[in-house]
Design a protein around this ligand. Structure first.
Ligand SMILES: NC(=O)c1ccc[n+]([C@@H]2O[C@H](COP(=O)([O-])OP(=O)(O)OC[C@H]3O[C@@H](n4cnc5c(N)ncnc54)[C@H](O)[C@@H]3O)[C@@H](O)[C@H]2O)c1
Ligand SMILES: O=C(O)[C@H](O)COP(=O)(O)O
Length: 399
């Protein structure tokens, strides 16, 4: 029985779909696990489902030879060592669009709340103060929204922002088609100088680590606000803390942090706690009923299709082979280093065993090759062993 472990309160739609596909050994753990706990929990699992808080390193993957696939039940995949996973023959799947709208709506709401200074007004009113003043409170109409990272979320934020009258500029490392009346800012520095609201929608990882440095924060208008619903590492948190306390920025909304609790039992620690001009949320940008239900079934289906048919369509780190219904008795999944002669040797092994190949589909990506071979005969353990011991083989499975 193939065991699948689902962590971090993945929506029930995932387990439902997997059960429907015949996977009955599903273990659910409602939190993220530390590396040693992860190794124990996944020791006999073929697949794992995680969200953004479970970090899967190369060392963890090397300690789990039985693990065949990883599902990130979210958009970001920077929590997994994707290169190590590919090198070990493990495809990683995610849900690239399912929570886009949820994040975009939250960002627009926060932009309005911050410009009206609602976080401060709210805190003061709770403390019994009656701060009825228009000072420093603005409409978002005609204000400049600067979007850093104009991908799926950033571009949707731009569309929603225009519908309430904001003027949208963006900066992206890639050339992007502007939607609506949005226009490229002409560079990151130009964006920071002119924006009243700066919102970050870049991926996490080395390329964006601390991209909002003290200098960049200092180049923003003192009346401007910063929103970060991307990844915590993108902002120099101490520099932001200083800018906010010294009133060099008017406010901020943060949904993601350099260090986040692994479960709701752990205390959230941040230098920004207690600041009235800051909205802090516990990484819930994508946490709506709609998004989580869709993500659950989308990623579960990708895992099920891989485990049952070898399908790697939409894998983020792997050669992509679209879904091909299994119509023959046996299907061999062969993941190998992309070198000359691998397929020839493999097919010679089939021929030597007297097996005729009915269909074969090869795809490569960089140094990785993946071939699905359908045959009508039973593949013997001896042949499987031979294929597994071909010099370029990374992994070979029979389904
Ligand atoms: N807070 C949440 O709950 C939540 C929910 C969903 C996604 N996210 C985060 O939001 C990120 C963005 O999601 P998306 O779906 O829009 O991703 P995406 O891949 O569609 O867009 C990311 C964009 O950033 C651009 N980019 C990359 N590096 C850049 C850089 N250094 N400077 C400027 N632009 C850069 C890319 O070219 C791309 O256009 C995800 O990677 C994830 O980390 C957070
Ligand atoms: O990458 C994402 O989709 C978001 O960061 C959401 O992550 P979560 O599933 O942990 O809420």
């Amino acid at each position: 029985m193939a065991k699948i472990v689902l962590l971090e309160k993945i929506h029930a739609s995932a387990a439902e779909l997997l059960h429907g596909q015949g996977f009955d050994d599903i273990v659910q753990i409602p939190k993220a696990l530390k590396p040693d706990e992860l190794r124990t929990a996944l020791a006999d699992a073929v697949a794992v489902g995680i969200r953004s808080a479970t970090h899967v390193s190369a060392d963890t993957l090397k300690a789990l030879p039985g693990l065949k696939a990883i599902g990130c039940f979210c958009i970001g995949t920077n929590q997994v060592d994707l290169t190590a996973a590919a090198t070990l023959g493990i495809p990683v799947f995610n849900a690239p669009f399912s929570n886009t709208r949820s994040v975009a709506e939250l960002v627009i709401a926060e932009a309005i709340l911050l410009l009206r200074r609602i976080p401060e007004k709210n805190a003061r009113t709770h403390r019994g103060q009656w701060d009825k003043s228009a000072q420093g409170a603005y409409e978002v109409r005609n204000k400049v929204l600067g979007i850093i990272g104009y991908g799926n979320i950033g571009s949707q934020v731009g569309i929603l922002a225009e519908s309430v009258g904001m003027r949208v500029v963006y900066y992206d490392v890639e050339s992007k088609l502007p939607l609506g009346n949005a226009r490229p800012a002409g560079g990151l520095d130009q964006l920071l100088e002119q924006a009243d609201i700066v919102t970050l929608h870049v991926p996490g990882g080395k390329g964006t680590e601390n991209m909002m440095t003290a200098e960049r924060l200092a180049s923003m208008k003192p009346t401007a606000v910063l929103i970060n619903a991307s990844r915590g590492g993108v902002v120099d948190i101490d520099a932001l803390n200083a800018a906010l306390r010294e009133r060099r920025l008017a406010g901020a909304a943060l949904d993601v942090f350099p260090a986040e609790p692994k479960s709701d039992k752990e205390e959230f620690m941040s230098p920004l706690r207690g600041l009235d001009n800051v909205i802090l949320t516990p990484h819930i940008g994508g946490s709506t009923e709609e998004a989580q239900e869709n993500i659950g079934s989308e990623v579960a289906e990708k895992l099920a299709r891989f485990l049952k048919a070898g399908t790697t369509r939409w894998a983020v780190n792997f050669p992509e082979i679209p879904h091909l219904a299994k119509e023959t008795r046996s299907r061999v999944l062969h993941i190998h280093r992309n070198e000359p002669g691998v397929i020839a040797r493999m097919n010679a092994d089939f021929a030597e065993a007297g097996i005729n190949i009915v269909a074969q589909r090869l795809q490569t990506r960089g140094s990785l090759g993946y071939v699905i071979t359908d045959v009508d005969e039973i593949v013997s353990p001896a042949l499987l062993d031979k294929l597994r011991h071909e010099p370029a083989t990374i992994r070979c499975d029979l389904i």
